[in-house]
Design a protein around this ligand. Sequence first.
Ligand code: DX5
Ligand code: ZN
Length: 227
Amino acid sequence: MSKFWIAPSILSADFSRLGEDVQKVLSAGCDIIHFDVMDNHYVPNLTFGPYVLQCLKKYNICAPIDVHLMIKPVDNLIPVFANVGANIITFHPESSYHVDATLNLIKYHGCKCGLVFNPTTSLDILNYVIKKLDVIVLMGVNPGFSGQKFIPSVLKKIVLVKKLINNYSPSTLIEVDGGINIDNIKDIADAGANIFVMGSTIFGSKDYKKIVKKIKCRLNVLTNIKK
Ligand code: DX5
Ligand code: ZN
């Protein structure tokens, strides 16, 4: 039986009151905070860095922080993010000169590590590193912006990765990032996803409690809700 985690992406949060907005989605029942770091080089958008993460920690955000690095080069900022409290750090294989060394660097700094695959990025590298990965992230959209439409061919990719995990690395989790909404989340879960990154669906909703309840209903995990 796989467990599900909901990971709101703060890319869609209200930055004029970020701490409060993040606290609100967590109180609504979300599990992990997804932190999208973009550099206007690896992706055509620019977001935020370690200082913002440090501020969230100062605001007493205790949920695990999942740092999704969309930056190139990638290595320099890994120790910095680890020092300010990142729990999971993931990066795109094509943004690293030496993928294995970058994974080692993340682990050395005490974080869980993962690789992120764009919808058209080949999964071949998994043959060499799958056992090392705590999480495999499959992008449902091309990285760079929230609010895009889920690319349907990614569903097959999730199934493929699930098979690889079952065969070679059963403890590795599958995270899906981008384009997830109420209508497609069940299919994405059925394909094998464990962690659901959702930006616009959650932060774009007027009532976080209501939308999270709806998401959990779709995932059939309502019985696990504590409150
Ligand atoms: C896209 C980011 C995603 C994005 C998700 O590059 O990695 O995390 O914010 O946003 P939605 O759920 O709106 O597609
Ligand atoms: Zn992301």
